[in-house]
Every structure is written in structure tokens, then in C-alpha cells.
Design a protein around this ligand. Sequence first.
Ligand SMILES: Cc1ncc(COP(=O)(O)O)c(C=O)c1O
Length: 354
Amino acid sequence: MTNIEQLVRQDLKDIQPYPIDRQGNQNGIWLDMNELPWDPCEQMAIQGINRYPLPNPPALMCQLANYYGVSQENLILTRGSDDGIDALMRLFCHPFRDEVIISSPTFSMYGVSAKLQGAKIIDVPLDADFSWNKTAVEKSINSKTKIIFICSPNNPTGNLIPAEEILALAEKVSTQAIVVVDEAYIEFSDTMSMTSKIEQVSNLVILRTLSKAFGLAGIRCGVAIAEKKLIKFLQALLPPFPVSQFTLKAAMQATTWENIERIKGYIEIVKTQRAFLQEKLSKFAFVKKIWPSQANFLLMQCDDVNKIYWYCVEQGFMLRKFNDKSQLHDCLRLSVGLPSQNEKLLNVLAAVTG
Ligand SMILES: Cc1ncc(COP(=O)(O)O)c(C=O)c1O
């Protein structure tokens, strides 16, 4: 069993959340936060924005806890998973002392946040077929390792990392490090989230976001899910009012039971379109390889990648091209679009090779 108090930075051990007593006093007269007592604009679509938002509004927390299958105490709202990554980095890593492990190619913000915090990045790359190498990760663990980031399904390769391997690793490092599983794309996969494991594995943190499957990238909202002591630390570390009223309202509407059913319909369309695109793309002569994906994007290795990329740009399509020096220098990543957009893209790609 992990003692989270031993793992967090010792100079943050006594950190306390900013005190906000409104939760149980929704109908009171609020004179405690120097707000204007009028709503600023009658035409505004959302009321109550003269008030600071509740950091974890009970109705939203209840909906999210139901959706993620955890209890409310195991959940904290973040301004998207980027914010969760950054907060964890600051909570666990002493600048210029501690280390984090990532497995490239992967989501770039783990490296960015580590650098900002002054944590050393130990990169244990994925194998040539993009599978995650648990043995190599274990070998690179030392007494300074504080966070191991695992992205599953991984961005940009689209593959899942086996849950049993993640759990075994978490067990192995339970007295010294946390394992963060970023499940930004899990809704598009054929597997279960690992949220149900947090009860047994107290050094496991799951990051989920409303940016992808829920289509709410613009509101900046996600959650970190973990054992309750760790959640309390995150509460104390994040600013007192991290998420705006607009965001809370949109998140509330998006995560109702009825809307989740609607979203499931969209997810099915993405999965069908992903299979359709993969099949069609693999037939183009310039596509050397296209990897199976459990996310809402596909990664393909191309001949003459620059020509393909810039032709698509000319035709109005933005795809993702990678740094010329990276492992993926001859690859393009494309998100699954609307069926009509996917058809159009296939026509453009058919024309590029002429
Ligand atoms: C793997 C992964 N994690 C996190 C994020 C960022 O999520 P959010 O929008 O919730 O900050 C992204 C965004 O592309 C991502 O690919």
C-alpha cells in the first residue's frame, strides 16, 4: 500500500486547500468573496457569473462520478488533462532532483511539464512496433523516479498499453512513485478504463478529459481520478476557482445520461469511419504503413511525406506532421473527421499521387 504523504514533495506536505465554505450554503447571502451582487448582463446565456464558481459543484461531481464509475472523493476537476499533468508534476517532483519516465513517441505535454518543473525526463522509447516495453521501463527506475507516464491509447501511435502490465508496474514502484495513466482517448477503444483499479492501487492516477469523446476541447475540462488523499493534495495545490462557470455549465449539460447516450452514437460513427479510412488509406501506393488505432486518429508512414502534407494544406486539410528529427519524421497523423470530410480527404489524397 502506498503512503501518498510520503511520496509528495515533503515541503508541500502541510499544504491546505483555499477555504471555501459555500458548498453547504447554496441559498445563503454571499458576502464573503468581494463579488458584485448583480449579474453583469441580462442577455448573458449563463446566470450567476458575478459569483466565483464552486470548485467541485456537487451536481456535476455526482454526474461525473457516475460516468467514471468512482466515488466523488476520488475525483477532481481540472482545466483539461494538461492541467492535471502539470499539477501532478508540481506535487510530486522536486525541481532539479526528481525524475519522470515517459515512453516516446507519446503526448508531448509530459515532457513540457517536466521541463518546466525542472524534473529530469527519462525517455524509455516504445519498441519498433510501438509496444510499451515494461522491462526496459523497470530497468530505468531508480531512487529519483517519481512519476511514470503511460498514455493508453497512446497519442500518436493509437495503441493500448496492457492494463495488467501497468498494474504490475504500479505495484513494483508503490513505495516510491506514482503511475499516471492518461486515458484521453479511452472512449474510442474496445477496452475498459482503469478507473476501477484506483481503490486497490493507491499510487495509480487516471486522467480523463471531456476534450475528446465529449467534443468539449473548447471548455477545458477534465478530471484526475485517484485515491482520496492524493485528490485532497491536488485540491490544495490547484487555484481555488480553476474552472469557469461557463465550463461547469457545459460539462453539466454534456454529462447527463441522455447526452452520454448521444455521445456513444458519435463514438460508434468515429469507430466505423476509422476502419473505413484505414482500409482506404492502406490502398494508396504512397502509404508504407498504417497502424491500427484504438483512438480517434490514425497514424500512417508515407513516401514523400512533405509533398503529401503540403498538398493537403493547399487543399484546405490540416494533418499532423512530426518534427524532421523525431522517430515519426515520415509519418502523418490524421483525426477521423465527419464522414463527408473523410470522403473529401480520400479524394484529395487520390489526386496527390495523380
Ligand atoms: C494523450 C493526451 N492527453 C491529454 C491531452 C490534453 O487534453 P486536455 O484537452 O484535456 O488538456 C491530449 C490532447 O491532445 C492528449 O492527446
